[in-house]
Design a protein around this ligand. Structure first.
Ligand code: NAI
Length: 686
């Protein structure tokens, strides 16, 4: 037995087979040293006469689960993955890929270059490059369709979908699903293949129905409209069926190199790193989190039920507390219906759903709170109600329990003061639907203890959320920036734009919906109530647009009443322009003495983005946000800001700073009294 360690790749001769093991934790990324190691290993396999085959396997918990994204922003160093793959294919001896954990991106491309693939059950396979603004660049677009067909390859590559080993077997992407000793199975297979090569490159793309391809293409385009990587991926996959493989590979690589340095790819990599960074607490706040096994959720409405579901899914015990039996039953019903629909859709096994629900203890008895390690309040957004609830929590929760509020706008410090233990209180601001949305704002009050903040962040990770630390400002990070954006969009209505134009410009930018369509969907009464509450403290010199108030006064509360900024003739989906709304807007303009003018899409987008950027800089200066990149995570994850635009901070950094400063001054003029111009250097040069 001969063993040799070369960088991150270890080779070991076992009889007449060369075992090639990749050890580059945590994900065995296909980085430079791995590519060098693989090159040397395949050269050894070719050169040594007593070797008949090779096996490539991942050490630790996974096969190659991706690439080192940091390499993508710089010139790539040789040997690059296509060269490694070419060596495997050119090697006269067969190579088996033994997969476990995940084979993603370059990892799956490496496996597709081998002569056979086996996987442990549960292994995930996929080509997620498009989600990072690029296309597979090491043959994925050419070899995958040779096995699964063009339509399925378009689907998989454009969505970045990860499939399990079972599905991969059904698609002929792998040759066998095995149980037990993966390495032993792979060695045996390698010996059986000795003397043969079975290269996917030599196979034909299966013939298939043109309509199926067309449909896959249309679905991918709908989901990824205006995304260059989606278009490029479709073209590359179709090449597989019409070009000799070497030409297809060359074209794929050229497009990959081009997209790698595109703004979209930079933006998506920025988001990727920003999300990882956001989960880390600043050094001054690092502390060991308090252990949490039982969570109490108070209020089983829209948010409470969703939060309870996340906690159950994460394996926690959940006490769900309501004010009376009727409300409690409604809440329980919400949770039960969620699991029923997940089981019916085949997303969750019935036994798993039953086990989750068995950990739920519904109650109206406050004494039960004594069992909780962490309490999350999700009752009505009304200070007197929250005051009453927090006094009860303080009376019943055990000493050392973490006490959280899910408030969207109320003052976390004022809530903390209601208890005898403000150090244990923080905000945990979930987004709706709470069991779907990944963002979680963890709000640190003035007196919140470091280990309580750490517990909030740890709980977020346990619930598979993206926790972002925020200070206790009105609207925290997300709603504060969104308010500034919405306000600016209202100014534009008075200046001359119609709601349709504003919404269209912002959906063109990539938002799923524009601000007025969003307002109609969530109901205008929420904002109306808040405006009324703030009326007394509002500076009368401030530019205040009263269009929303007038709509509400006329009973137009949005989709739920059949009308808001738009009319909904079918009750909900189809929106129509409404002459009444136009009259209200025109009247608002004339009352302010504004001669209405047309605002084009570029101006609308720029004003909306600048308003966000300005607010972001103010929040950073006040310490409400701890890092510029956190702002981008919040806006992308919680507010539909297009991920491939990177977020408002990323956008600002792409602009000419002098022009940005000039535009901001202009925006200040357009926004009138009360608009504070921020010093953008906090986010441009952190
Ligand atoms: P909801 O009205 O759907 O549910 C509130 C629940 O609290 C009701 O079931 C009610 O019976 C219960 N409740 C009221 N007083 C209670 C008491 N004294 N003891 C026990 N239970 C009581 O409200 P929703 O939308 O779930 O909002 C809850 C909180 O979450 C609010 O603070 C809201 O601002 C916040 N929030 C809401 C979001 C949303 O999109 N709906 C998003 C993020 C936060």
């Amino acid at each position: 037995m001969k063993e040799e360690t070369m960088s991150t790749v270890r080779t070991e001769q076992i009889g007449d087979v060369l075992l090639i093991e990749i050890n580059n934790p945590p994900i065995n990324a296909g980085s430079l040293t791995v590519r060098q190691g693989l090159t040397a290993a395949i050269q050894q396999l070719q050169a040594q006469a007593d070797l008949v085959a090779g096996v490539i396997i991942g050490g630790g918990t996974t096969f190659v689960a991706g690439s080192d994204l940091r390499e993508f922003g710089q010139p790539l160093q040789d040997p690059q993955m296509p060269a490694v793959i070419a060596l495997i294919e050119a090697c006269s001896k067969p190579v088996v890929a033994a997969l476990h954990g995940a084979a993603l991106g370059g990892g799956l491309e490496l496996a597709l270059a081998c002569d056979a693939r086996i996987a442990l059950a549960g292994t995930l396979l996929g080509l997620p490059e498009v989600t990072l603004g690029i296309i597979p660049g090491a043959g994925g677009t050419q070899r995958l369709p040779r096995r699964v067909g063009v339509a399925r390859a378009i689907e998989m590559i454009c969505s970045g979908e990860r499939i399990t080993a079972d599905k991969a077997l059904a698609l002929r992407l792998i040759d066998e699903v095995v149980a037990g000793d993966l390495q032993a199975h792979a060695m045996a297979l390698a010996r059986r293949l000795a003397g043969r090569k079975c290269r996917i490159r030599d196979e034909q793309v299966p013939t298939e129905d043109a309509a199926a391809i067309e449909q896959a293409e249309q679905t991918a385009l709908r989901a990824g409209k205006r995304r260059p990587a989606v278009l490029a991926a479709i073209a590359a996959v179709k090449n597989a069926a019409r070009l000799p493989i070497d030409e297809g590979l060359a074209q794929e690589r050229a497009v990959f190199q081009q997209l790698r340095v595109s703004t979209e790819a930079y933006a998506l990599r920025h988001q990727f790193f920003a999300e990882r960074e956001a989960a880390k607490l600043p050094a001054a706040l690092q502390a060991a989190p308090r252990p949490v096994q039982t969570v109490a959720v108070i209020g089983a409405g829209t948010m409470g039920a969703g939060i309870a579901i996340c906690a159950l899914d994460a394996g926690l015990n959940v006490i769900l507390l309501e004010q009376d039996d009727v409300a409690l039953q409604r809440g329980q019903q919400r949770v039960a219906e969620h699991y029923q629909s997940r089981v019916a859709a085949g997303k969750v096994k019935a036994a798993v759903a039953a086990a989750s629900q068995a950990r739920l203890s519904p109650t109206t008895d406050w004494v039960q709170l004594g069992r909780a390690d962490l309490v999350i309040e999700a009752v009505f957004e009304d200070m007197p109600v929250k005051q009453d609830v927090f006094r009860k929590i303080d009376a019943h929760a055990r000493s050392g329990a973490v006490l959280a509020t899910n408030t969207s706008y109320l003052d976390v410090d004022a809530i903390a003061q209601l208890t005898a233990r403000p150090q244990d209180v923080l905000g945990l601001h979930f987004f709706s639907p709470a069991n779907v949305m990944k963002l979680l704002e963890v709000v640190r009050g003035e007196r919140t203890a470091a280990d309580v903040v750490a517990t909030g962040m740890a709980l977020g990770k346990k619930l598979k959320k993206l926790p972002v630390l925020c200070g206790n400002a009105f609207g925290f990070i997300g709603n504060c920036i969104y308010n500034a954006y919405r306000k600016q969009c209202e100014f534009m209505l008075e200046d001359g734009a119609w709601p349709e134009a504003v919404d269209q410009a912002l959906t063109d930018l990539g938002f799923a919906m524009g601000p007025f369509a969003v307002a109609d969907l969530s109901g205008l009464d929420i904002a109306w109530r808040m405006r009324k509450a703030q009326a007394a403290s509002r500076d009368p010199r401030e530019r205040y647009v009263g269009i929303l108030d007038q709509l509400c006064e006329q009973g137009r509360l949005g989709r739920k009443t059949g009308a808001g900024y738009y009319r909904y003739p079918d009750g909900k989906q189809v929106k129509a322009t409404d002459a009444i709304v136009r009259a209200i807007i025109e009247q608002a303009s004339s009352q302010r003495g504004i001669t209405r003018r047309t605002l084009d899409a570029t101006e609308i987008q720029r004003r909306a983005l600048l308003a966000m950027v300005n607010e972001a800089a103010l929040l950073l200066a006040e310490g409400v946000a701890s890092r510029p990149s956190d702002i981008d995570v919040v806006l992308v994850q919680g507010y539909g800001f297009p991920r491939w635009e990177g977020g408002p901070v990323f956008w600002a950094r792409q602009q000419d700073p002098a022009q940005l400063a000039q535009d901001l001054q202009r925006l200040a003029g357009e926004s009138g009294h009360g608009f504070v111009v921020a010093d953008l250097s906090v986010l441009l040069n952190p």
